[in-house]
Write a protein that binds this ligand. Structure first.
Ligand code: NAP
Length: 291
């Protein structure tokens, strides 16, 4: 983790192509298009500079409107969007889908473009993304929901290695082994669902509550701090301005090694959502087409 810059209090990580990415950002999954512009406007005002959206979230236009209205210089922002599963020919369709996303966002480049799901002809999608990166239309390219064997195969058979793998990572699904493999290949791990969307009683978890009490911090703050101390990029979602501020306020304390070790005991080693290798999910996600 790099220290914060003067323009922002949020520290960064350096990706494998030298691009700096804030270690904490703001996610907008399951935020409706009407609500998104307000939420992103409030998040930017609170100090977030990384916004994580996706073509599949249906809210890229609202994200773009909030960015345009913010008056924040483009180079201070880090915008991530994601490519949904494409029909063949996947190379051409990827370029077309990227241009749709850029138009909806009202931007002339994004900072990070991710393959959203490890399905379809993602090798062809990746080749198109390598070209988008070479042309400077996205500053970095990466993947999401790739198991370590799949990302390794992608790395071994292409010119450009993904800068990021965005995967479910939270106290109940800690991904230490996956993080180790990604780190050995120079790939940054990014957590989605840092709070497991509150599943499994996360916000009232006894151990996390007790750890937080020692620092005067909430469970949410403990979880974000624990991920950040592990070097994991986090993009928590909230539509509440008070929680936006709370989730940003995690840079004034350090969890002790003993508390990090306590949190490690919460790992259940499996997803709180669904397994991307479940054949029913492969069928369901692969069949989904964006309007
Ligand atoms: N690549 C992928 O496949 C994928 C999948 C899922 C998510 N993501 C990305 O990751 C982001 C985060 O994951 P997520 O949205 O699934 O879930 P999450 O961030 O783990 O949890 C969001 C939930 O936590 C609540 N919350 C947030 N801050 C809180 C706080 N301080 N105290 C108590 N409750 C709090 C929110 O409620 P309120 O909004 O009511 O405050 C919301 O219900 C997404 O928005 C998206 O950008 C990517």
């Amino acid at each position: 983790m790099n220290d914060s810059h003067s323009s922002s209090k949020i520290p960064t990580v350096t990706l494998n192509n030298g691009v700096e990415m804030p270690i904490l950002g703001f996610g907008v999954f399951q935020v409706g298009p009407e609500e998104t512009e307000k939420a992103v406007r409030e998040a930017l005002a609170a100090g977030y500079r990384l916004i994580d959206t996706a073509a599949a979230y249906g809210n890229e236009e609202a994200v773009g409107a909030a960015i345009a209205g913010s008056g924040i210089p483009r180079e201070e922002l880090f915008v991530t969007t994601k490519l949904w599963v494409q029909e063949r020919p996947a190379e051409q369709n990827t370029t077309r889908a990227f241009e749709d996303s850029l138009r909806k966002l009202g931007l002339d480049y994004v900072d990070l473009y991710l393959i959203h799901q490890p399905f379809g002809d993602y090798y062809a999608q990746w080749r198109a993304m390598e070209r988008l990166a070479a042309d400077g239309r996205t500053r970095a390219i990466g993947v999401s929901n790739f198991a370590s064997d799949r990302i390794l195969d992608l790395i071994l058979n292409n010119d450009v290695a993904p800068a990021v793998n965005q995967i479910e990572t939270n106290p109940f699904h800690q991904r230490a082994d996956d993080q180790g493999i990604l780190a050995s290949e120079g790939v940054q791990i990014e957590s989605w669902g840092p709070f497991a969307e509150g599943k499994n009683g996360l916000f009232s978890n006894h151990l996390l509550t007790e750890v937080g009490a020692g620092y005067g911090k909430s469970v949410a703050q403990v979880v974000l701090r624990w991920l950040i101390q592990r070097g994991v990029v986090v993009i928590p979602k909230t539509v509440s301005p008070a929680r936006m501020a709370q989730n940003l306020d995690v840079f004034d304390f350090t969890l002790t090694d003993a508390d990090m070790a306590k949190i490690a005991t919460l790992d259940e080693g499996s997803t709180q959502f669904f397994d991307h290798r479940d054949p029913d999910m492969v069928r369901w996600l692969s069949a989904r087409r964006l309007a």
